[in-house]
Design a protein around this ligand. Structure first.
Ligand code: HEM
Length: 300
């Protein structure tokens, strides 16, 4: 574990988690895109196990069964939470879903067309990780409602309200994309459902990323106006440099800005795409190019 932490810190200390997720996911997809297409089931196994573990943990926790008490701080416990301890679970799921969303609005460059081939598979992997994250965090939502005075408005908004909205928003297009659910809905209604849930999903994911990171930033460092080089005297009399909190705060605020950039870019590209589609001459071209690609979380 120490070695893994060492490597993780060496590469990623100070890098916002979402950038880490995007960089690792793009690299993974670049290396394995052909294998993902050919043997997709193999690539669902690990995210599927994580989904199962996170859902079990979250649901039992809601029913006041704490698995930590049963398993204890063993090597198994550490292994079960390893992706979470290295901050690799949520952000990898986010990165897969964001890539799916962005290739839906980017011009059809060569690499975008290559990624389109595994769009369904990326949706399944991202959905498994993020739905697992949401269910695992349901006890956090409950805790936030019970302790609302203990946190700032950004954290309350994300933990107590937005998280569960996102969980519903990602679950609907994800589950209705599977063949068994898809065949029960008409093609037109299915397409509408996908578009009306996936665009708000992408926008709200970024809003969540901004809110949670601002929340962490402000809660870590309440004396935001003070000089970071100053030292504060803590109750035991020792002096603590504000820079200690400054590092975490800086990373959190940088993360919030990255989510803002992702949000603005996505909305801008989507508006461009909608405008382009409204030109009658180009419409038939765009439709033939994209007839199967509107549903963002489309899973046959
Ligand atoms: C009840 C539902 C949810 C709650 C209470 C919740 C809470 C949390 C918490 C505590 C974190 C920080 C630690 C971690 O990664 O686990 C987090 C991260 C995050 N979650 Fe959730 N979450 C929920 C559902 C969701 C869903 C369904 C999505 C997306 C579809 C989502 C998007 C995010 C984002 C964007 C981050 C920030 C990751 C980062 O930049 O480090 N959350 N959430």
């Amino acid at each position: 574990m120490k070695v893994l932490n060492y490597i993780n810190n060496l590469f990623w200390l100070g890098v916002p988690d979402i950038l880490k997720g995007l960089a690792l996911s793009l690299l993974f997809i670049y290396i394995f895109k052909n294998a993902i297409k050919k043997h997709s089931t193999i690539f669902y196994i690990y995210p599927g196990l994580m989904f199962f573990w996170y859902c079990t943990y979250g649901i039992l926790n809601l029913m006041n069964v704490n698995l930590y008490d049963q398993i204890g701080e063993t090597i198994w416990w550490e292994l079960l939470w390893l992706p979470h301890s290295l901050a690799l679970d949520t952000v990898i799921g986010l990165a897969f879903i964001m890539i799916v969303m962005f290739i839906g609005v980017l011009p059809k460059w060569k690499f975008v067309r290559q990624l389109f081939i595994i769009r369904k598979e990326m949706s399944i992997i991202g959905g498994l990780l993020l739905i697992g994250h949401g269910v695992m965090r349901l006890p956090t939502m409950k805790w936030a409602w019970e302790n609302l005075t203990d946190m700032n408005v950004f954290l309350f908004f994300s933990y107590a309200i937005l998280g569960v909205i996102l969980l519903v928003l990602i679950f609907i297009p994800w589950i209705t994309s599977f063949h068994f659910a898809r065949k029960r809905i008409s093609a037109r209604d299915w397409k509408k459902l996908q578009t009306y849930t996936s665009v708000p999903l992408m926008v709200l994911i970024c809003v969540f990323g901004i809110a949670i990171n601002l929340g962490w930033g402000f809660s870590n460092f309440s004396g935001f106006g003070t000089d970071l080089w100053e030292a504060t005297t803590i109750p035991d009399g020792s002096a603590v440099s504000n820079l200690a909190q400054g590092y975490g705060v800086a990373t959190a605020f940088l993360s919030a800005k990255i989510y803002l950039v992702l949000l603005v870019s996505y909305v801008w590209l989507r508006i461009l795409k909608t405008k382009k589609q409204s030109f009658p001459i180009q419409k038939s071209y765009v439709q033939t190019q994209e007839s199967n690609n509107e549903g963002v979380l489309s899973v046959k």
